[in-house]
Design a protein around this ligand. Structure first.
Ligand SMILES: [Zn+2]
Length: 422
């Protein structure tokens, strides 16, 4: 059934323009001035229409930890944040490491998700790093994204094998890089004076950058398609820059919180994430690396937890924060509205078209004829406050509660259908 959005400021060919957008459940049919068509009208006066956002790093917790989040609540949180395509990390129970488990998982997603949810398969069985998962079996189901997020790949021979297998079907191998020898020490913050003075245990840059260097070396050696998750350190940025200069098929994401927060902001477990918030210099380095293309795009690492998992001493409280519902408002407010460092188009490219392209989603990330009818309407430049009580995610664990923002998502459309309306 055809519908038309009228009177919105549409992000079209890089700039905001007053245009009509005609679409059906498959695609955008026409973008133009005064389109003549008798169909359902969505009057979007005063609102801005943007392409649906894409996030390659979310944790939906189901199956296994439905008390923290379900596919349904997680996908609603995505829609509330303007996200229409998300890639769900495989640290769920049972582990999606073979064809049969993945088949069940895909069925559950089909039933529960209100946005496009693409599940990662694990690289190794149960993310134990010992034996390769059935990558071919999962690939037959259309899954071409694999990750052992949460631990990462520390066996380079296995990683090499995964790259080799992936060549035919163009797999992307996404790695969380962490030297696990630091884990038992209970590290919870960046290893800098500013936080260790408070008695918390630090996690050094090398914990991330050294395993990343190993991964990049392997990727370069076999021309593997590699994606680095949540880069936080300037040392990692240097390693990525070098790998890209050598022609590696590598990409990397930076999270919303690493772009906005630093070690000096850490007040307690609500600021604890893995990798940790690092120094001011690191944060500036991440912003510049995103701008110069060393880091490719932005991701959330949406990690919902029960408050009881967070309300513990720093050393054993859970890692991670929720992010889907606050990502766009926070980044828009800081980098477009307040500091004017980025254009709206730059921000949207980093949150939509660029991740879509790298992860093989075709015709996603633009409002243009022939593109998928995934979009969202947002009210820009009016102040509101972030209030965790209004989140549809089960997780309320955010360090951004009470922050003032200048973007409020009003309506999200997936496959031509409204899945969120504020
Ligand atoms: Zn991770």
């Amino acid at each position: 059934m055809k519908k038309i959005i009228r009177n919105a400021d549409v992000l079209y060919q890089g700039t905001l323009q007053k245009l009509d957008v005609l679409f059906d459940e498959n695609q955008i049919i026409e973008v133009g001035v005064n389109i003549q068509e008798e169909c359902e009208v969505i009057d979007a006066a005063g609102l801005t229409l943007l392409p649906g956002l894409v996030d390659v790093h979310v944790h939906f917790r189901q199956p296994g930890h439905e008390e923290k989040e379900t596919i349904h609540t997680g996908s609603l949180a995505a829609a509330h944040g303007g996200f229409t395509s998300v890639f769900a990390m495989p640290n769920v129970v049972p582990s999606p490491d073979g064809k049969e488990v993945m088949e069940e998982y895909l069925k559950l997603i089909g039933k529960e998700s209100v946005v496009h949810t693409y599940p990662y398969g694990t690289i190794t069985k149960k993310e134990q790093g010992k034996e390769l998962s059935d990558l071919d079996g999962m690939s037959q189901l259309g899954v071409h994204w694999f990750s052992d997020d949460g631990v990462g790949m520390n066996d380079q021979n296995l990683l090499k094998e995964a790259f080799e297998k992936g060549k035919q079907d163009n797999f992307i191998i996404a790695c969380h890089t962490e030297d696990l020898k630091y884990r038992p020490q209970g590290g919870s913050v960046h290893d800098s004076k500013i936080v260790t003075e408070k008695g918390w245990i630090g996690i050094p840059d090398e914990c991330e950058s050294e395993p990343l260097k190993n991964d990049l070396q392997t990727a370069l050696a076999v021309n593997g398609k590699y994606h680095a998750c949540h880069i936080s350190s300037h040392l990692s940025v240097e390693a990525l820059r070098e790998a890209k200069q050598k022609g590696g098929d590598v990409s990397a994401e930076v999270t919303v919180h690493h772009l906005l927060l630093e070690d000096k902001d850490v007040k307690g477990p609500m600021w604890k994430m893995n990798p940790p918030l690092r120094t001011h210099e690191d944060r500036m380095c991440l912003i510049e690396a995103l701008e110069d293309g060393t880091l490719d795009f932005i991701a959330n690492d949406h990690a919902p937890h029960a408050m009881s998992d967070k309300a513990r001493p720093m050393s054993n409280s859970a890692f991670g924060i929720v992010s889907l519902e606050t990502a766009f408002p926070l980044l828009y407010s800081e980098f477009v509205y307040r500091t004017k460092r980025w254009t709206l188009n730059q921000l949207v490219e980093w949150m939509s078209e660029k991740p879509a392209k790298r992860f093989g989603l075709n015709h996603v990330g633009k409002i243009e004829k022939g593109y998928t009818s995934d979009m969202f309407l947002v009210q820009l430049n009016q102040e509101s406050m972030i209030n965790a009580d209004t989140f549809v995610s089960k997780g309320k664990n955010t360090p951004f509660n009470g922050w003032s923002v200048y973007a409020e998502i009003k309506q999200t459309i997936v496959n031509g259908k409204t899945v969120w309306k504020g």
